[in-house]
Design a protein around this ligand. Sequence first.
Ligand code: UTP
Length: 308
Amino acid sequence: MKKEAGVHKAFRTAVVPAAGMGTRFLPATKTVPKELLPVLDTPGIELVATEAASSGAQRLLIVTSPGKDGVVAHFMDDFDLEKHLEARGKLRLLEKVRRAPNLLEVESVIQDTPLGLGHAVGCVEAALAPDEEAVAVLLPDDLVQPSGILETMARVRAKRGGSVLCAIDVPKSHVSSYGIFEVEEVPNVANPNVLRVRGMVEKPTLADAPSTLAAAGRYLLDRKIFDALRRIQPGAGGELQLTDAIALLINENHPVHIVVHRGTRHDLGNPEGYLRAAVDAGLNSDEYGDGLRKWLYERLARDTSDQT
Ligand code: UTP
């Protein structure tokens, strides 16, 4: 999975902010970090780490909080467990537990207080090398599939400079739950899913929404973001919003583009989205797909017969 240095030069480090409180998932998140909740058998953070590695990132920088050590521990070798599995010939499980530590180099920085996504991203500046001109940010509770969007975003940055974000096209009835982009077409662009961003509106009413294109959790941010984060004011709840810093850059004519992702996207940060992701993964699984599909048909038929 590890890719050679220099496969592309857009970014080397993938940042995964994982220091939030996960309040929408209480009481589970009292003791279990939401980033470790599994989709089938694999924690959400391993899924985004796999995506980051396959897009060419060499290093995963996890922003974590005091007490969430398990998130980083998931990427460490566990030799006792490995020996135990090997001795019992459980080679498939052995391969599974070795997967995360072998993906890419993993480091962490601590965000002492959850002061917002913008603040979390700001915490990584000192951990970047001076020549890292851009950084990828992947939110571990956004499952964006199939993977590959970061590679397209890297190509857009290489061609057009600035920062590149991922967007999804949401139903009109959902615009008020998202940050919505105001966009314009890019002249002579080969990929119609690449658009230039003119502005962003946070959770607009349908009447005020400039489009139905919503921010999804993948960002390729120019290093200028750190300076912008220092210049914005905290918003609601004292949190520093990443979108406010991006909006500041847009106002200063920093090029910001989106790539519209046309695949699936699940929000693992709340029970309903998480359940949908699990069902989707289950239906796509060679191991569980047939059994789950059969059970779902029976279960839904029972609902229908109850209603008649
Ligand atoms: P979310 O808003 O989805 O996560 O932030 P949250 O704050 O943990 O969730 P709720 O709203 O309380 O349920 C998106 C990502 O940013 C991280 C979160 O861990 C999540 O992965 N984050 C958020 C931080 O790292 N620090 C923060 O201060 C806030």
